[in-house]
Design a protein around this ligand. Sequence first.
Ligand SMILES: Nc1ncnc2c1ncn2[C@@H]1O[C@H](COP(=O)(O)OP(=O)(O)OP(=O)(O)O)[C@@H](O)[C@H]1O
Ligand SMILES: [Mg+2]
Length: 209
Amino acid sequence: MIYAVVNTKGGVGKTTTAVHLATMLSRNGKVLLIDGDPQASAASWAAWRRDNQTYTPSPTTTCLTGKAILNEGKALALNFDHTVVDVGGRDASGLRSALLLANKAIIPIGASNLDAAAMADMLEILELAKDYNPNLDVRVLLSRVDPRTKDTKEMLEFLTEQNIAVLKSYVCERVAFRRAIGEGATVFEFGKDSAAIKDIESFFVEVEK
Ligand SMILES: Nc1ncnc2c1ncn2[C@@H]1O[C@H](COP(=O)(O)OP(=O)(O)OP(=O)(O)O)[C@@H](O)[C@H]1O
Ligand SMILES: [Mg+2]
């Protein structure tokens, strides 16, 4: 299975989602994590993880940008049970390539008006991708959620109007995610915040179905 974690909007949790997904998939198979962002955040995470030496399991990580995500990614993915692509929002051809390569697209999104406004862009790109990759399964993941506000409920209403599938599980804003990523870890290994672990595990169970 090839997963693309995408959103044209920055800072929504794409890299956090991609590295957690790739690591959780690595429990049961060989996993390739493609860092498709020229800023190479996932590759930095992987380098910190290698330095630590105790965090396990780990996906194999490589950096590809633009059309290489599709061309080289397709060939590389044949050697792995699962591939996860972390796509940079600013690399338009990389984003399109990832959506052509993938079986499943996961769109992390925050719950704010700015996120909703940015979604128009994303919906247009998805529409185009589906012309060439009609079986692409697209799911929105509500990310960095603050459960004390009504923003999430409003966002859900907006997404329902847009006819886009939303995962039932969501990931709250928790400091454990930020700290874990900065250590080359996942929330399973660093901080061990049980609420953060529950968030990401529920996401995994639902997305892997
Ligand atoms: N659930 C969360 N709780 C708290 N902080 C989070 C969460 N998810 C992501 N963050 C933090 O928010 C920032 C942006 O997250 P991340 O890098 O995963 O987003 P991104 O969509 O990949 O960003 P970019 O567009 O820059 O690639 C990081 O500092 C990260 O640690
Ligand atoms: Mg990123």
